[in-house]
Design a protein around this ligand. Structure first.
Ligand code: B12
Length: 501
């Protein structure tokens, strides 16, 4: 659908002078967040349906959103966000809209948002319409309903009713789902037979930077399935080409992507930088201590992890990432790794050129390809780590499919992903690896990374390590965690909001 929209757009633009503009929508990715492919797609789709779009871009503070909305007399405000901290920022915008007695409908969208979160944490702050929109194809219908005098009130009341029901259901669900105490969860930690385990030592300790990494070497590591999802073509690659409905569009889109990828590489549109590092480390309960050297006397950083706290069936553990590193009490010399990669250096220059030409299709295509390269780079570095730098799997063999299915030893969870959902651990990782100086990747005030096409995380090598989701945690763990992190409990709760569900 998006591609058709992209092809249609020049004609629609020309036509729009004559056609009646149906309303004005302000779009913004909230303060501290950098992702905007989803928002851009929504903008294109709405514009093609004759809505005027004011797109304020990324990292937009609330004050600017509300001031522009009033100056430009927009009809609707739409907020976007990729990561958890943006949810809190969205709630803040809603509160400010209420305080300033705004009457405009508020739309909420983006990967980390949900109907439940909107109902529970955003809508209660704003008495006017506050509606979660799951994808671009729904945006047109929602906007049309909100701007139609004949259906608006009924539609808004229906959504409000639905959100009240969601809140009720949530209240009941909470009491149905008892959790165990943190102490009991720790007793049921994941058990590894450390005394029969020999930790492999990385070939260097400390950090190593890789600048201007050859992009061509990343192409084979690209997972194309999410690329098609970006364009709302949901099927697995390469089977998607045979799909009766979307097969032809997918083929055309892929041809365009390959053509642009060639140019990105040949004309050096993007640069890719990375840093990896390995450190002596041991776990102490749910923390991982990182030591200055092999004497393991001086702790240079402590990584704080969260533990699953829901009641488990008998043979299942209450997982925590710290369980995959040898406990200090074992006396075993274990290690941990860290990484930060980006494939988005210099992207803004090229994006600006496309924007000047009003070429939305190429803007979205380039961002989507940079994201694919960033993820491919992450996979590529991880495979080098396992075979060269922390050679615990020198003889592993795989093909692209195995890599995508993560059929190899070791994991690389990233702060924000379900096994370590706390984004506030990123500053410690950045400091440990000297990320900003070595790669030019910066952290925003809400822990997003700039350039947007960047990934950072930890390497765990133990053969039993695997990905899991922390899920809900209880008040006792929040308290314990905030003490361990030396962070105010109220602030801590804000960053971890969805964990409380
Ligand atoms: C692609 C992807 C990436 C890419 C690109 C990210 C980028 N450029 O910012 C890469 C690999 C670089 C990446 C990195 C990271 N990611 Co990521 N990523 C994804 C993934 C797989 C898809 C997101 C996406 O691009 N979707 C396609 C676009 C088109 O969809 P969309 O943004 O959701 O937008 C649609 C709708 O939401 C809606 N919409 C969006 N905005 C708006 C606005 C309005 C007004 C309306 C009406 C509608 C609307 O319409 C859009 C079109 O249909 C998601 C998982 C998922 N399935 O969502 C994780 C995900 C978003 N990532 C996540 C995380 C944690 C990260 C990292 C922090 C990990 C790390 N430590 O490195 C980094 C952060 C990057 C940064 N710059 O800070 C988490 C976030 C969870 C959380 N609780 O915070 C997710 C949810 C994965 C997960 N399950 O844990 N990521």
């Amino acid at each position: 659908m998006k591609q058709a929209v992209a092809y249609l757009e020049p004609f629609l633009e020309a036509d729009r002078t004559a056609a009646k503009v149906k309303g004005k929508v302000l779009l913004a990715t909230v303060k501290g967040d950098v992702h905007d492919i989803g928002k851009n797609i929504v903008g294109v789709v709405l514009r093609c349906n004759n809505y005027d779009i004011i797109d304020l871009g990324v990292m937009v503070p609330c004050e600017k959103i509300l001031a522009t909305a009033q100056q430009e007399r927009v009809d609707i405000i739409g907020l976007s966000g990729l990561i958890t901290p943006s949810l809190e920022e969205m709630a803040y915008v809603a509160k400010e809209m209420q305080r300033q007695l705004l009457q405009l409908p508020l739309l909420i969208g983006g990967a980390t948002t949900s109907r439940a979160h909107t109902a529970l944490k955003i809508e209660p702050h704003y008495t006017n319409a506050t509606i979660h929109v799951v994808d671009a194809s729904r945006a047109v219908g929602v906007v049309a309903n909100l701007l139609n005098d004949n259906v608006r009130d009924r539609y808004v009341n229906e959504v409000k009713k639905e959100y009240v029901q969601l809140r009720e259901r949530h209240k009941n669900k909470k009491s149905e789902n008892p959790m165990i105490s943190l102490a009991v969860a720790r007793n049921n930690r994941f058990k590894i037979d450390w005394h029969n385990y020999t930790a492999i030592k990385p070939i260097f300790l400390g950090v190593r930077a890789f600048n201007d990494y050859p992009l061509a070497s990343l192409v084979d590591f690209i997972d194309w399935t999410p690329f098609f999802h970006t364009w709302e073509l949901s099927a697995r690659y390469p089977a998607i080409f045979e799909d009766a409905v979307v097969g032809e569009s997918a083929k055309q889109l892929f041809r365009d992507a390959e053509a642009m990828l060639k140019k990105i590489i040949a004309e050096r549109w993007l640069r890719a930088n990375a840093v990896i590092g390995f450190f002596p480390a041991n776990s102490v309960d749910d923390d991982i201590e990182i030591y200055a050297d092999e004497s393991r006397q001086q702790v240079i950083t402590t990584l704080h992890m969260l533990r699953q706290q829901t009641r488990k069936p008998q043979d299942k553990a209450n997982m925590c990432l710290a369980d995959f590193v040898a406990p200090k009490s074992t006396g075993i010399a274990d290690y941990i790794g860290g990484f930060a990669v980006t494939a988005g250096i210099d992207i803004d220059k090229r994006i600006q050129l496309f924007e000047k030409e009003h070429d939305d299709y190429s803007v979205i295509m380039l961002k989507a390809l940079a994201d694919r390269l960033a993820e491919g780079f992450t996979e590529h570095m991880h495979s080098r780590v396992r075979r060269e730098f922390w050679p615990y799997a020198v003889n592993e063999h795989w093909n692209n499919e195995d890599l995508i299915a993560e059929k190899y030893q070791g994991i690389r969870p990233a702060p924000g992903y379900p096994a370590c959902p706390d984004h506030t651990e990123k500053p410690a990782l950045f400091q440990l690896l000297n990320v900003t100086e070595l790669t030019s990747i910066c952290l925003t005030e809400n822990f997003a990374m700039l350039p947007a096409s960047s990934v950072s995380g930890f390497y765990f090598s133990h053969p039993d390590s695997y990905y899991f989701g922390v899920g809900k945690i209880a008040e006792d763990q929040l308290l314990d965690y905030s003490k361990r992190k030396n962070m105010d409990l109220a602030i801590m709760k804000r960053w971890l909001a969805p964990q409380l569900y």
